[in-house]
Design a protein around this ligand. Structure first.
Ligand SMILES: [Zn+2]
Length: 310
């Protein structure tokens, strides 16, 4: 089950408190359905509760006879079609929402969003018909998809007017217009407004888990990078000391105050600077060890070069 269908299941359980909101939701469903014109009023959905809800609302609000059909496009995805077959019934539905059925372009009739309560219900209807929300494991994004350019602009304007500051965008996908909301908090706010607070909460929980996991990964990467640095510095020091011995000079060719540390480093290639410092008598700070190891390496390389140029 996808996150989108979880959201739609939750939305289909929402009750409209006012008759105005019931009408607004039904309008959202039909306007953003498959067709909303004199020749066809229909919507197609793979989500069965949406088909049932659309049919019930349309019949109850307009008195039209609404037929529902299920077609098995793929075994796992039965597509339900809700349509008004009779032309007089279609005219009745269209005029109930203040449409003539021959509008070009198709626009949003704001008269159907009477109260401040209504946009939430309208958006729920539109989302049930044409909406998708991405799985929060992958992205935070909610979309309304329509073939009508002006309708996509009207939707974007409506979303932008909400007090949620959603910053909607519109993009093209082939012949379709996609009105989208991005970001976890914008998406969760809109889900809550439409009537899916549980899904919104689920999304924020996934986000928090992802953040904690990323934080841990960053820290682990940081530690690994530091380990690599320690390892390659130690390798360079040990290589210089090995060549010092190979050329016959040996550690005793180094100044007396460096010899203990040089021996310690050869015997313990895995130790960090701090750990090396603790093993010296008297103990030496990390930067003290670092400074001396640099001198040891430089001197060893210098002695090796001198011996080999003879
Ligand atoms: Zn209302």
């Amino acid at each position: 089950m996808s996150f989108s269908s979880d959201v739609k299941n939750e939305l289909c359980k929402t009750k409209n408190r006012q008759p105005c909101c019931e009408k607004a939701e039904c309008y959202g469903m039909l306007l953003f359905g498959h067709s909303f014109s004199r020749s066809a009023v229909s919507l197609t959905t793979e989500h069965t509760p949406t088909a049932r809800r659309a049919a019930q609302l349309t019949a109850a609000l307009t008195g039209a006879i609404v037929s529902t059909r299920t077609m098995l496009r793929r075994a796992s995805h039965p597509a339900g079609t809700v349509s008004v077959e009779d032309e007089r019934d279609r005219m009745r539905v269209l005029s109930a929402f203040g449409h003539s059925g021959s509008e070009v372009p198709l626009r949003l009739n704001r008269a159907n969003l009477e109260g401040e309560c209504c946009p939430a219900s309208f958006l729920r209807g539109a989302f049930l018909s044409c909406g998708t929300v991405f799985d929060p494991q992958k992205d935070y994004r909610l979309e309304f998809v329509t073939p009508h350019m002006h309708l996509s602009r009207d939707m974007s304007a409506l979303l932008g007017e909400l007090p949620l500051e959603l910053q909607p965008g519109v993009s093209r996908r082939r012949s379709l217009y996609v009105v989208y909301i991005k970001g976890s908090s914008h998406t969760a706010d809109l889900l809550t407004l439409m009537g899916a607070p549980h899904a919104a909460m689920q999304m924020m929980q996934v986000k928090m888990l992802r953040e904690v996991r990323n934080h841990i990964n960053r820290r682990t990467n940081f530690e690994t990078a530091n380990l690599d640095k320690t390892a390659s510095a130690a390798a360079r020091q040990i290589y210089a000391l090995k060549r010092l011995q190979d050329c016959g000079a040996g550690i005793s060719a180094l100044p007396a105050e460096l010899q203990n540390l040089a021996r310690l480093r050869c015997q313990n290639p895995e130790l960090s600077l701090r750990e090396l410092g603790k093993q010296l008598t008297p103990p030496l700070s990390r930067s003290g060890v670092n400074h001396r190891l640099q001198r040891i390496t430089e001197l060893s390389e210098k002695i090796y070069r001198e011996r080999n140029s003879d």
